[in-house]
Design a protein around this ligand. Sequence first.
Ligand code: SF4
Ligand code: SF4
Length: 179
Amino acid sequence: MWLSSKLKQILMVLKPGVVTLDYPNERPPVPQNLRGQPVFDHQKCIGCGGCSDHCPARCILVRDVCQELRVMLYEGSRCTYCGRCADICPEKAITMSNSFEIACDDKDDVTTRMELFMMSCQRCGRCYEMEKTNAIDRINLKGFRYDNLEQRTLIRKTSETFSTEMLKESDNYTRPSNK
Ligand code: SF4
Ligand code: SF4
């Protein structure tokens, strides 16, 4: 009785044959319009910070090193691939790629870092006036955005976690390639 029951089970299992793929040796085609890892085009990016402000996972960080240099860091390990950053980007500088197999043991492998030169006013050629009431002007203020790129956390100058000591460290900023 027991043996015939087991034989029945074996036959039932063998009948459909192999229904799974030999992954990763055999990959199914990627579905059309799949939202995979976002890819940033630093040639198009104007450093407006819109993607950072609208990222629900808070994984796009911004640091204003000085008036002219804004560093942006995409921390891919927290990204949910929602695509909101790509939707919001006014310059179409973000593309949702079809890359999704990004398991890795080093966060830097899924990190994108951009150093952006923040342009001066096209009319007068000088850096923007620092009118406290003008949000666009404040974008160029040193420390207006000072996220903690090392700890990969979002910090506003207006938040309690901001310290002026951190801001002073900007003066010693060295580009990663020069370290
Ligand atoms: S895809 Fe979504 S979670 Fe990922 S960086 Fe863009 S807005 Fe943030
Ligand atoms: S929204 Fe687009 S242009 Fe603005 S900072 Fe993000 S990637 Fe750059």
